[in-house]
Structure formats: structure tokens, C-alpha cells
Design a protein around this ligand. Structure first.
Ligand SMILES: [Zn+2]
Length: 268
């Protein structure tokens, strides 16, 4: 048996393809595998929680690994969202602007987005319902998933984070007073990932989603939302590529702690 080929086009776009039993095989397009179908991440979420807010990777370098994703900036200078090859910075005043290639990141997750599944959303859903719906598009919680929703949101609540000065505090100290933004009847794009629970310490288990308004002026890390209608696209990925900072405070950070509770408070 020999699967992949994008997990047999994501189990034939979730008709689940009779669960692909015995004798399954598929051609593998080498060119596909070489460039695209991996998630790329710089540093770890626990390093960010520990206040490792300066990385050595530029956005010019990050761009080589993906055109879609999320993250932040050196000195924790706002939230990042990327899609269609465009990278945006949402600063703590809530304004969004295009990222310069020379800017650097202490934590980012990107990939080249080639969704296997697209679904129209034709009923209003709050955030919990939306996450439950997304779960129906995920055949195994042991893979990585990239998610994009373009739609109309009757409610959107986001946050950003303010640029920090050294010595950097832990992330949880900053998010206690994070600027929060609320929008109603806003069209825009939601971008993010669903990581497995076992990714604890490395990334955010479960859903981590960022938002940018259609006018590209505002957005942030999503705290809550209500979607009216839209299109959801999902890509599964079974390859994960992580590169760690090789200098700076990452080297001395204590990454051995169980930060599950802290992460929950810092990111939700
Ligand atoms: Zn975020």
C-alpha cells in the first residue's frame, strides 16, 4: 500500500473515498513534494511564551518557505497574517500594512497553500460552531491543517500585541493588557492552522487563526467571531519543517515547562 498523493486528494475531498482500504496505491508527483507540501515554522511557541521575541529569520527568507500563514515580528511588534503571497503586519494600534522583506520574525508558521477541500458556508456560526464545523473537515487530528475562510463576519474580535523593549517579559504578561478590536459586519480573510495535541510546546494545539479585513486595513489574532457566510478551504499536511534560532536568548530559554495553561490564557 502506498498512499500520500496529497492523502489521495484529501480522501477525495472528504467523501472519505471509502476510507481507502487494501491495495491502495497512487502515483507520487515528486515535484509537488519537493516544494510545497510541508509546514515551515521558525522557533517554537514556548520560546515565544518565554519572551524570546527576537529571531534571526527575515521575512525575505520566510517567504521562500510559504505564501500563507501567521506569526509575529521581532520585539513582538504585532500580528502577522499571510495569504496569496502577501504578508501583513497588524500593529497594536490595529492598523495593517504590508511587511518589508528585511523585517525579522521570532515565530512564524507558513506553507504554500494548495487546499484540497473547499466548502461553502451557508449558515451563520459562532466561533465554537465554526470550530466544530472545521472539525468535520478534518479526517484525522494527527495531521497538520491549514485553513482559509473568505467570508462575511457579523462579529469579529481580534487582538494584537505592542512592540516590547528589553528586558522582554513573558508573553502572558503582555497579553493581560493586549489591545482588543471588535468589528461588526466585516468581510475579510481568516488564515490559520489546526495542530495536533502532541504539538504542545512547539505550536498551538488546536486552532490558531488570524484575520485581515477585506479593505486590508485591520485585523489581528482571532479571539472570537461569528461568520455569516463564506468559503472555507482546507489543506492537510503530513510534513513539518522547523528551524530554530541559532543565536540570542533562544539558546538560554527554559523550554522544558508544561505551558498548556499559560498558552491557553495567552492565545484565547
Ligand atoms: Zn496568533
Amino acid at each position: 500500500m502506498f498512499i500520500e498523493e496529497k492523502f489521495i486528494q484529501f480522501l477525495h475531498a472528504l467523501q472519505l473515498h471509502r476510507r481507502l482500504p487494501r491495495g491502495t496505491h497512487s502515483r507520487v508527483h515528486e515535484s509537488d513534494h519537493q516544494r510545497t507540501h510541508e509546514i515551515f515554522q521558525t522557533s517554537t511557541i514556548n520560546a515565544l511564551l518565554e519572551g524570546v521575541f527576537d529571531g534571526d529569520m527575515t521575512y525575505g527568507q520566510l517567504r521562500e518557505h510559504g505564501d500563507f500563514g501567521l506569526g509575529t515580528f521581532n520585539a513582538l511588534d504585532g500580528e502577522m497574517i499571510a495569504f496569496d503571497g502577501m504578508f501583513f503586519q497588524i500593529k497594536s494600534d490595529g492598523t495593517a500594512s504590508l511587511v518589508d522583506d528585511a523585517q525579522q520574525t521570532p515565530f512564524a508558521v507558513v506553507q504554500f497553500f494548495e487546499p484540497e477541500v473547499a466548502r461553502g458556508l451557508d449558515r451563520a456560526m459562532d466561533y465554537a460552531q465554526l470550530k466544530a464545523y472545521l472539525h468535520t473537515l478534518i479526517p484525522s487530528t494527527n495531521f497538520f491543517y491549514a485553513i482559509r475562510i473568505d467570508g462575511l463576519f457579523t462579529y469579529m474580535k481580534t487582538r494584537s500585541v505592542p512592540r516590547q523593549t528589553k528586558p522582554y517579559p513573558p508573553l502572558i504578561e503582555i497579553t493581560k493588557t493586549q489591545p482588543v478590536f471588535e468589528f461588526s459586519d466585516v468581510s475579510g480573510t481568516l488564515v490559520g492552522f489546526c495542530f495536533p495535541d502532541y504539538a504542545q510546546g512547539i505550536n498551538v494545539p488546536g486552532y490558531h487563526l488570524h484575520f485581515l479585513s477585506e479593505d486590508r486595513k485591520a485585523g489581528g489574532h482571532i479571539l472570537d467571531c461569528r461568520v455569516q457566510r463564506g468559503t472555507v478551504r482546507v489543506e492537510h499536511t503530513s510534513n513539518f519543517h522547523m528551524e530554530l534560532p541559532t543565536q540570542g536568548t533562544f539558546l538560554g530559554a527554559d523550554l522544558s515547562k508544561d505551558q498548556r495553561e499559560t498558552l491557553h490564557r495567552a492565545e484565547e
